[in-house]
Design a protein around this ligand. Structure first.
Ligand code: HEC
Length: 214
């Protein structure tokens, strides 16, 4: 305290003084030659800091204790639920018009739909079912089996009606099936829209005219 000190000792100069005089004031302690400035933080800095502390409390209450601000997890759950609902609705709407007859007589005879189906096949299905649908790949003069099943052998393990094929592609190997040599197929409905699955089904129908003659 200044009054306890003898008059010869200088008054302790605090940060306000330093700001007024433009001098740098050091605090009295020193450790290993390291000294510390004694300067008052500017008010704008302090008020920003206090406002941030107050906002922390407000935000914390709103975030964790009220439904006003949703947590990231709530937001994601809601978005995913909405997506699932939309997908289910899209599929239901698509399935109303995509009947067995429509797939054979409209989709598989429409060149542009079959062409898009072929593109989808080439992008997604070819690695396992082969370029010629035989589930084999020619390397030199050898023919190497691929993991998928042939799609040109006239046999449809999970049903040969167009909608059964659609369903298998959409939902993948049924959960209770052991698959093919232990290999199961994923549910392509995760990646493709109902329209795309109908197109790739149309492509398979067009490639197997004997199986789907009406
Ligand atoms: C990672 C490899 C793989 C890919 C990629 C793949 N499949 Fe398959 N697919 C399989 C396997 C394995 C089976 C056999 C599943 C079973 O027996 O349960 C199968 C079976 C099928 C069947 C039933 C065949 C039959 O004889 O009944 C169809 C149809 C089919 N896939 C279509 C498709 C379509 C369309 C795509 C692309 C959108 C595709 N697959 C992509 C591996 C694959």
């Amino acid at each position: 305290m200044p009054e306890d000190k003898s008059s010869s000792e200088p008054e302790i100069r605090r940060g306000d003084y330093a700001r007024e005089k433009g001098e740098i004031i050091l605090r009295e302690h020193e450790y290993d030659g390291i000294q510390e400035f004694d300067q008052k933080l500017p008010n704008w800095w302090l008020f920003t800091f206090y406002a941030a502390v107050a906002w922390l409390v407000i935000y914390w209450v709103l975030y964790y204790n009220t439904p006003i601000i949703k947590t990231d997890q709530q937001k994601i759950t809601e978005e995913i639920t909405a997506l699932h609902e939309k997908k289910d609705a899209d599929l239901a709407a698509a399935m109303e018009s995509i009947t067995d007859e429509a797939l054979i007589n409209e989709w598989a005879t429409d060149a542009s739909k079959v062409a898009s189906g072929k593109t989808i096949y080439t992008t997604n299905c070819l690695p396992c079912h082969g370029a010629d649908l035989s589930a084999t790949m020619a390397v030199g003069d050898q023919s190497i089996p691929l993991p998928g099943m042939p799609l040109n052998d006239g046999e449809w393990k999970y049903g040969g009606k167009p909608r059964e094929i659609f369903k298998l592609i959409n939902e993948g190997t049924p959960p209770d099936s052991p698959g093919h040599n232990g290999a199961k197929m994923q549910a392509w409905g995760q990646m493709l829209t109902p329209i795309q699955i109908a197109e790739v089904t149309a492509y398979l129908i067009a490639e197997n005219p004997k199986d789907f003659a009406q």
